[in-house]
Design a protein around this ligand. Structure first.
Ligand code: HEC
Ligand code: HEC
Ligand code: HEC
Ligand code: HEC
Ligand code: HEC
Ligand code: HEC
Length: 270
């Protein structure tokens, strides 16, 4: 068996719902035949198993591996709780959740940036749970803005009454653009509490298709083709994500949908 393989030969508990056409073994356990459609997979040497075979996963091929997992596992049980939802249904603060990031529960009304203590440096906090490149243009924003941009940032902070905090080395961090707190947790009269009202934090960010995508894809077609040729086999799956518009924003200090966030730092030619 490959390392980190899924556990086998277990009788499913009540938390698992195995579809009828996923055969169990004679002992009622999940076994090779339950998950793999390749006949006698256990007899085939590991390096000869064709993982690209449509039958490799029973009921496959699946667009995403997790679609396969959710054949048996309940999706809701596997979701990570959105720890940014810091109020319960009655509007009370979920104080224990502050401790994901803060050493002690801060006073949301009185404490400022210099009063709160973090478990690790604020610029590293997010990487405990998020990828370093959670979206296009996230990782390449972790830079030090030049003096001209820093002036622009200070002007924007004043104009909009918000904070766009840089890290101790003067670099942009995730929390420069994002507020880690659900809107309304920090007093809305404080700059740290002024942020875009969350559309629906449970649903998260929502995007919508836009006709401009056709133009965008056509514009990049030649460059993508060149990239495929340059990378060969390694690049054959490289695709251009669709151009989409933001429909609903969450956890942002200023709106990106109308450009206010971007224009706090950038100047665009008209
Ligand atoms: C509960 C479902 C499940 C069961 C039961 C199961 N597998 Fe798998 N198997 C998987 C998943 C999921 C993967 C990994 C997919 C990945 O990470 O790409 C996998 C991968 C494999 C691979 C390819 C490993 C590689 O990286 O090349 C082999 C070979 C394999 N399983 C053999 C078996 C054998 C033999 C049995 C029975 C002893 C078995 N599996 C039982 C789900 C299952
Ligand atoms: C054929 C059904 C089936 C499929 C498909 C399946 N699992 Fe499981 N999985 C089980 C069963 C049964 C257990 C044993 C625990 C139980 O019965 O509650 C289990 C246990 C686990 C566990 C151990 C922790 C726990 O929840 O008890 C993990 C982690 C896990 N599965 C992940 C995955 C992932 C990831 C995939 C997809 C790649 C996957 N499973 C696909 C049936 C399945
Ligand atoms: C996901 C990480 C995270 C969680 C969870 C979190 N915070 Fe914070 N908090 C931060 C970061 C990063 C800052 C610094 C940037 C800022 O002020 O927004 C901060 C700053 C603050 C500040 C100072 C605001 C100011 O005026 O500069 C207060 C007060 C605060 N947090 C209260 C709380 C409370 C109360 C909770 C729990 C209900 C909480 N935080 C949960 C990451 C978090
Ligand atoms: C303890 C884990 C944890 C930490 C630390 C954390 N996050 Fe999250 N974050 C989550 C989870 C869980 C979600 C819910 C959606 C998901 O599963 O990705 C989420 C969602 C988000 C979303 C909304 C995405 C969406 O569409 O739902 C943003 C934006 C975000 N986090 C930014 C940050 C930033 C910025 C930091 C650092 C200041 C941070 N997070 C720190 C766990 C964490
Ligand atoms: C230059 C500003 C900026 C920086 C820096 C930035 N983000 Fe974002 N992020 C955005 C915008 C804009 C969106 C989409 C709109 C929204 O949040 O509602 C977004 C979306 C997200 C999402 C949801 C992605 C999705 O499509 O579901 C997560 C998660 C996230 N950011 C985490 C992070 C983390 C972690 C970092 C630090 C590595 C980071 N962001 C750095 C501006 C930024
Ligand atoms: C806090 C300041 C800040 C904000 C807010 C900001 N940017 Fe940037 N952006 C930078 C810095 C710094 C760079 C690094 C290059 C430079 O010095 O111009 C950069 C670079 C870029 C690049 C070039 C990336 C590369 O690989 O070279 C793009 C594209 C971009 N930003 C778009 C945006 C968009 C779109 C938004 C709004 C969603 C945004 N930025 C918000 C500061 C910011």
């Amino acid at each position: 068996m490959p390392p980190m393989h899924h556990p086998v030969k277990l009788v499913p508990s009540d938390n698992i719902r195995v579809p009828d056409d996923f055969e169990l073994n004679d002992e009622g356990q999940i076994d090779c035949v339950t998950c793999h459609g390749i006949e006698d997979i256990e007899e085939i040497p590991l390096d000869e198993v064709n993982k690209n075979d449509e039958k490799f996963f029973r009921g496959g091929p699946y667009e995403k591996l997790t679609d396969f997992c959710f054949q048996c596992h309940r999706k809701k049980d596997s979701e990570r709780p959105n720890i940014h939802m810091l109020r319960d249904s009655r509007g009370e603060l979920k104080k224990e959740q502050c401790l994901f990031c803060h050493r002690e529960k801060p006073d949301e009304k009185g404490d400022g940036f210099d009063d709160v203590e973090f478990r690790i440096e604020p610029e590293d906090l997010c990487y405990g749970c998020h990828l370093e490149a959670p979206h296009l243009n996230a990782a390449n924003h972790i830079r030090k803005p030049d003096e001209k941009m820093r002036r622009r940032i200070r002007e924007a902070e004043e104009k909009h009454g918000v904070i766009l905090p840089l890290d101790a080395q003067g670099r942009i961090m995730c929390a420069t653009c994002h507020s880690p707190h659900q809107a309304g947790v920090i007093d809305r009269n404080k700059p740290a509490g002024r942020q875009v009202e969350d559309a629906n934090l449970d649903e998260g960010i929502a995007y919508q298709a836009h006709p401009w995508n056709a133009v965008y894809q056509a514009d990049k077609r030649d460059r993508l083709k060149a990239l495929h040729e340059e990378l060969g086999e390694a690049g054959k799956n490289a695709v251009l994500p669709d151009y989409q518009r933001i429909k609903a924003e969450v956890l942002l200090r200023l709106s990106a949908r109308d450009g206010t966030l971007c224009l706090s730092c950038h100047v665009f030619e008209k």
